[in-house]
Design a protein around this ligand. Structure first.
Ligand code: UDP
Length: 359
C-alpha cells in the first residue's frame, strides 16, 4: 500500500491539502500528516482542520516563531527523524513556505521521492523568502504539479522539463468549487458582523515586504483612509505584531477582525464590492468569485489575472497609488479566462502519484 507523508505548516497549505487529503482517502492511499507548527494559533490552524475535515496531524513538531534560518534548520532536523522512522513512499509538500523547503530537503537527502504541489510559480523577486523556497524546492523534487501552463513554462526556462512536470490545474480552484456553495449556505459571517452584501471592501495584508517596511505599511494605512469606504480586514498575526512595533494604526473606516475560518472568508469574499490584498490565494479567490481585486505588491505570480484585468497590480509605495487603484477598480470586470484547470487537480495529483514509475 502506498504511504504518503504530507508536510504542512501554514494556513494556505491547510486549505490546499483539504481537497487532496479527501482524494487520498477516496483512492485508499494511506496519508499521514506532519504539521511543522509554523502557524499554530487556533484561528490560523485548528479551525481549518475542523472545518475542512482534514485528518488530525499524526506528527506535530511545534516549530514556529523563530527566524527563517532557525525555523528551516529545526524543521529539517525534526522532519528527517520522522521520515527515518516512517519511511514513506512519497513526501508531499505545498506552496512556498519554510515548511515546504524543509520537507523537500529532509526527504531528498534520504532518497525519498518528493512531489511539490503548486510548482513553477515565480515572482522573479529573489528578496521574497517565498521565491527562494519555491525555486529551491522545484529544483530538488521528483514530481512537479504545476497549477497553470505558465508555471510549466517557468520550469522549462529553468531546465525542468519532461514527464516529471504535470499541469494538473490549481488545487485552490478545486477548493473554491467544493466549498463555495457551502459557504453560501453555512456561513453567517455577514449577519454576525452586521454587513450588507456589496457594501464593504475586503482587505488582507500579511506579506513581509509590506508589513516589515514601516513606510510601505503606512502608505497602505493612509491609502485605505483616502479610499474612505468601509473596509473589513481580518488581521494576520504578523501584521498585528508589526503595527504595534511601529506604533501605526489602521484608520477608522477599517474594521479589524480576527482571522476567520475558510467558510467565513469565502463568504466575505463573495459579498465584497472589491478585494484589496497582498495574498496569493486571495487574489485567485477574488477571480473564482468574480470580484475585482487590487493586489498591493510590486509583482504577482498570478500574472494571467492581471492580463485579463480581474486583478489590478499596484505598488503600495504611496497612499495616493493605493487609494486611486482601489477607487478605479470598484465595479470593474475582467474578461473570461480559464487558466486554472477544471477543478479536478486533487484527483489528478493522487492518480499521478499512484501511477508514477518512481514507486
Ligand atoms: N484566509 C482565511 N481566513 C482569513 C484570511 C485568509 O481562511 O482570515 C484564507 C484565504 O481565503 C486563502 C488563504 O487563507 O485561501 C490565503 O492564505 P494567506 O493569505 O495567509 O497566504 P498566501 O495565499 O498569500 O500564501
Amino acid at each position: 500500500m502506498t504511504k504518503v507523508i504530507t508536510i504542512l505548516g501554514a494556513r494556505p497549505q491547510f486549505i490546499k491539502a483539504a481537497v487532496v487529503s479527501h482524494a487520498f482517502a477516496a483512492h485508499g492511499i494511506q496519508e499521514s500528516i506532519l504539521h511543522t507548527g509554523q502557524h499554530f494559533d487556533a484561528n490560523m490552524s485548528d479551525v481549518f482542520f475542523e472545518e475542512l475535515g482534514i485528518p488530525k496531524p499524526d506528527f506535530h513538531l511545534g516549530i514556529g516563531g523563530g527566524s527563517h534560518g532557525q525555523n528551516t534548520g529545526r524543521m529539517v532536523e525534526a522532519i528527517e527523524k520522522v521520515l527515518l522512522e516512517q519511511r514513506p513512499d512519497w513526501v508531499l509538500v505545498y506552496g512556498d513556505t519554510d515548511s515546504t523547503l524543509a520537507g523537500a530537503l529532509a526527504a531528498v537527502k534520504l532518497h525519498i521521492p518528493v512531489a511539490h504541489v503548486e510548482a513553477g510559480l515565480r515572482s522573479f523577486n529573489r528578496r521574497m523568502p517565498e521565491e527562494i523556497n519555491r525555486v529551491l524546492t522545484d529544483h530538488a523534487v521528483s514530481l512537479l504539479f504545476a497549477p497553470t501552463q505558465r508555471a510549466v513554462a517557468h520550469l522549462a526556462n529553468e531546465g525542468i522539463v519532461g514527464a516529471s512536470v504535470i499541469n494538473v490545474g490549481d488545487v485552490m480552484f478545486d477548493v473554491a468549487l467544493h466549498y463555495g456553495e457551502r459557504a453560501k449556505n453555512l456561513s453567517s459571517v455577514l449577519e454576525r458582523l452586521d454587513l450588507e452584501p456589496k457594501a464593504y471592501t475586503l482587505a488582507t495584508i500579511h506579506r513581509a515586504e509590506n508589513t516589515d517596511d514601516p513606510a510601505r505599511l503606512d502608505a497602505i494605512l493612509s491609502g485605505f483612509a483616502a479610499f474612505g469606504k468601509t473596509i473589513v480586514l481580518p488581521l494576520h498575526p504578523r501584521t498585528r505584531a508589526r503595527l504595534s512595533g511601529f506604533g501605526l494604526q489602521f484608520p477608522s473606516n477599517v474594521r479589524l477582525i480576527d482571522p476567520v475560518g475558510y467558510l467565513d472568508m469565502v463568504s466575505l469574499e463573495q459579498n465584497a464590492n472589491l478585494i484589496a490584498t497582498d495574498s496569493g490565494g486571495v487574489q485567485k479567490e477574488a477571480f473564482f468569485h468574480r470580484i475585482p481585486c487590487v493586489t498591493l505588491r510590486d509583482e504577482t505570480e498570478w500574472t494571467e489575472l492581471v492580463e485579463a484585468r480581474w486583478n489590478h497590480l499596484v505598488s503600495p509605495d504611496t497612499a495616493e497609488h493605493v487609494a486611486s487603484a482601489m477607487l478605479a477598480s470598484l465595479g470593474s470586470k475582467g474578461s473570461e479566462i480559464q487558466p486554472y484547470g477544471t477543478g479536478d487537480a486533487s484527483s489528478l495529483i493522487v492518480r499521478s502519484l499512484i501511477e508514477s514509475p518512481l514507486l
